[in-house]
Every structure is written in C-alpha cells, then in structure tokens.
Design a protein. Structure first.
Ligand code: KIV
Ligand code: ZN
Length: 503
C-alpha cells in the first residue's frame, strides 16, 4: 500500500460556500496560486453547475495554476457532470467529483428512494463522467459517516468498477467517533478488493460539528485512507472541515510513528492562513492550533522560563516550520512601495502594478492616521483593495455627534461614476449616516446584524465591521474597515449594497 498521502484542498468549494466567506474570481485565483505554492495535490475549485460565477471561477483557476489537479464537484446528475467537464476544459489535470447520499436518512428523506435505486444512480453518474475523458473520477458517498458499512462497501465496489479511482467517505454531519470512522475505513479496505490491491484509494472528508474532524481524519489515515480533504483554517459548512495545517503538522511531528509522505511545504502555512482569513474576512480564533495568534505564545511565567532555557521544554514544533515570521516589522509612512511589496509577499500576497499602487495609497493614508502599521493592518488594506472598482463608493462622510446634540451626517457617494450628496439627522451617528445614504440609494434594505472588532489595540486602532443587510428577501454580508467606526460601518453597509442582486 502506498505511503504517499494526497492533500485535497476544498477551501474554495466547501469552505467558500459558508455565508460571509464568498470570494470573487480574482480572490479565488489568488488563493489557488497560494495553494499551489503550499504544495496541495488537488484543488477543489468549485461546483460549476451551482452558478455562472462558480463555473467561471473553475475555468479561471484551471488557467491560473499548473501543478495541482483541478477538481469540480457535481451531484449525480448528467447536466452537473456536463457543466463540470466544460468548466475543467483548460485544466492540465482534471478531476470530476460526483456522488450521492447513501445513508438511510438521505435515501429516504432526501431522495424518497431505495438502496438499489441509489446504487444504480451512483454507477450511472460515474459511467457518465467516465465518458468525459477527464484524468480522474472521484466518487463521494454523502453522509457515509452514518451509512451502513456493508451497503457502503457494495456502493464502493460498484463505482470503482464503473471507473472511479478515488472514493470519498464523508462524515458529512461530523457525527462519527474517531474509532468508528477508522473502523469504517478499515472495513472498506478489507472488503473491497480494488482498495486492498491499490487500484483505487479512499479519501477522508470530515466535518467538525463535534470537534472531532482532525481526530477522525487521523483515524482514517491510520486505517488506510490515502487522501485527506481539508481546508485552510478549517473553514467550511457549519463548524467547518478538517484543517489542512493540523493534519500536515501532526504528520510532520509524528513522522517516526506514522511514516506517510506528503507534498505540503509547511513553511507556507502561516502566510496561506493569513491570506484566506483576510480575503474571507473570517478571523482565526486566537487559540486555534498551528495558526492562531497564541499558538506559539507562552504567557505563564513557568512556561516562559522553560522556553528561555530550552525551547523544547514547552514547544513541540519549531515556529519556523509553519512559516511564523518572528520579526513582525512595523511599517510607517516613511516605508516605501518596495518595502510594502516585500511585506505583502511575506504575508503571502503578491501585488504589482496598479493593484500595488492602490494599496500603497491606502497604506499612506492609514499611516498618516495611525503612525505604525502592523501585519494585520496591511492584510486588511490588501483585503479591501477592490473598493476602487465598486458600483457604489463612499467618497465622503461628515458626522456631528456627542452628548446633548442631535447627530447629523452629510454623505457623498459615487454611484456608477456619478456623484451624489445627502444629509440627515438620526438617533446616533450611524443611524444619521444610513438615513442620508438611503436618500441616495432608494432600495428597500434593513440592517439585520453587525459586529465591530478592533484589529489589535490602542484608541488609534483600525476597526473591522461585519454586517448583514436584508434586501428583497435575501441577506447580504458586508465588510468595512477604517480608523473611524462610523466610516467603517457605512463602508460595510455599502459593501452589502454592492452585492445586491441586480433587479
Ligand atoms: O460533506 C460532504 O458530504 C461534502 C460532499 C459534497 C463531498 O462536502
Ligand atoms: Zn463537506
């Protein structure tokens, strides 16, 4: 049995389908290029039949990267498979990932069907995909975690005969215990000849609903799975997927006892994590294993004393192995464009030409207000860099507020290149600003939820605002950042407006 483990990254499919984490095509290409440098073997680039945007992203990612296999997801539906094959046209190595639910819950309630009919549909989908002349076909048995093992083995055998060479065993609901998931993989390895002979391999795909995604994935590897489906920072549906960085570092730390080889360049982990977090506007929890802000920070006196004497007292990993850059250089208004480009590159973001000019301009403006900028500020500026091309843009905002005065706001917007101004009072500075904005943008919209977060510390800090606005029965997620709390909030509101469906 091969000792090579394939890393299949689904940040751009399972991760990206999370509300608020959506990326545009340019951002997806940026993440895909970073994943290529990180050394992932397979990039699941999207679900082409789900929307024209997803279709286009798979096409563009296929053109942008060279080494990884590009994978497109489908249901066991011919038109989905047609769309996937078409979207993969430019990929150097193409994989179709098709499948269907196999648990009793899915068979009965989702499909109102029977085991035999589902087996037939699974085989028919793989046979249809095989006609598309892609390099590889992967089959997923959705909710395999709750599927009876004997039936799962029958499905596995049948789809391998039909042409699949990678069989994905998703714990879709994150329900399995590590022993139970490992036993499932072992059962399949022992009962399906094509798996024990190495003609096909098993893949893990574990969700984290009960916090067991990493443990289940490890149990899968120990029992014979040779592909892992993972995401950066563990982003994904509900509580997320298994995180790539955790599996890669477990295998690196335990190589002596789990001797599987893999292609991940772990020194790129931190920059990839930061890139994904900033583009998705999805903060990484400070105590997250491997990539959290505190993952290598020793705060107690006893630990600090031990680490100063010898790092091995409390550190099982070298921070450099995950690309942690210890000298978090502070940038100021005196730092040049080249220094900014270099810092961005260390953070995993490659910018040139006009895009770099725009970020540098925003950098200088922020440095004037804040004096010293850290990596989080720079990532925030890079993440906000698409503002110049937006349909609605905030060109000016003046607010008078305070105790004992009626808040009043004057706003200046550019809408499709045309300039508009309005003013209003309100019960607070944000209320006044949004009422003024609504005099210009006359859409039926309601602010549903917002969170305000400081980037680091200090009263001169930049604040980040995440917001949900309802329009036409849909919820839209927006993000804004500024040293001014009201400006950041209005920017987030405008970000939502720019995402409204065109009427
Ligand atoms: O969790 C899951 O079952 C999935 C499949 C579509 C692969 O994401
Ligand atoms: Zn999933």
């Amino acid at each position: 049995m091969s000792d090579r483990l394939i890393f299949f990254d689904t940040t751009l499919r399972d991760g990206e389908q999370v509300p608020g984490c959506q990326l545009n095509t340019i951002e997806k290409i940026e993440v895909a290029r970073q994943l290529e440098q990180l050394g992932v073997d397979v990039i699941e680039a999207g679900f082409p039949a789900s929307s024209p945007g997803d279709f286009n992203s798979v096409v563009e990612i296929s053109k942008a990267v060279t080494w990884p296999v590009i994978c497109a997801l489908t249901r066991a539906v011919e038109s989905d498979i047609d769309a996937a094959a078409e979207a993969l046209k430019y990929a150097k190595y193409k994989r179709i990932h098709t499948g269907i639910g196999t648990s009793e819950e899915h068979i009965r309630y989702k499909f109102n069907s029977t085991r035999e009919q589902i087996l037939e549909r699974a085989v028919a989908a793989v046979r249809y995909a095989a006609k598309k002349k892609v390099d590889e076909i992967e089959f997923y048995a959705e909710d395999a975690g709750r599927t009876d093992n004997e039936y799962l083995a029958r499905v596995t055998e049948a789809v391998i005969k039909a042409g699949a060479t990678i069989i994905n065993i998703p714990d879709t609901t994150g329900y399995c215990l590590p022993d139970e998931y490992g036993a499932k993989i072992k059962y399949l390895m022992e009962h399906v000849d094509a798996l024990s002979s190495g003609k096909a391999i098993l893949s893990t795909h574990c969700h984290n609903d009960l916090g067991m995604a990493t443990a289940n994935t490890m149990s899968g590897i120990l029992n014979g799975a040779r592909q892992v489906e993972v995401t950066i920072n563990g982003v994904g549906e509900r509580a997320g997927n298994t995180s790539l960085e955790e599996i890669a570092m477990i295998l690196k730390c335990h190589h002596a006892t789990i001797p599987v080889d893999f292609n991940i360049n772990t020194t790129r982990i931190c920059s990839t994590s930061r890139l994904v977090s900033s583009l998705m506007n999805m903060p990484v929890q400070p105590n997250k294993a491997i990539v959290g802000r505190n993952a290598f920070a020793h705060s107690s006196g006893i630990h600090q004393d031990g680490v100063l004497k010898n790092t091995q007292t409390y550190e099982i990993m070298d921070p450099k192995d995950v690309g942690l850059d210890e000298n978090n250089i502070v940038m100021t208004a005196r730092s040049g464009r080249a220094a900014l480009k270099h810092r961005l590159s260390i953070l995993g973001i490659e910018k040139d030409g006009e895009a770099l000019d725009r970020i540098y301009e925003a950098f200088l403006k922020l440095a004037d207000k804040k004096k010293e900028l850290n990596d989080d500020d720079i990532l925030m500026l890079a993440g906000a860099d698409t503002a110049a091309t937006k349909h609605v843009r905030l060109d000016g905002l003046q607010v008078t507020t305070g105790k004992g005065v009626t808040p009043i706001a004057a706003i200046k917007l550019s809408v499709a290149g045309e300039s508009f101004e309005a003013a209003s009072t309100g019960n607070g500075p944000l209320d006044a600003s949004i009422k003024a904005l609504k005099q210009i943008i006359r859409r039926d919209m309601t602010l549903k939820e917002m969170t305000i977060q400081a980037i680091s510390k200090g009263s001169d800090d930049v604040c980040k605002v995440h917001m949900q606005v309802e329009n036409g029965g849909h919820l839209y997620y927006g993000f804004g950042s500024d040293t001014d709390i009201v400006t950041a909030s209005v920017e987030a509101y405008i970000d939502c407006i720019n995402k409204f469906k065109k009427k």
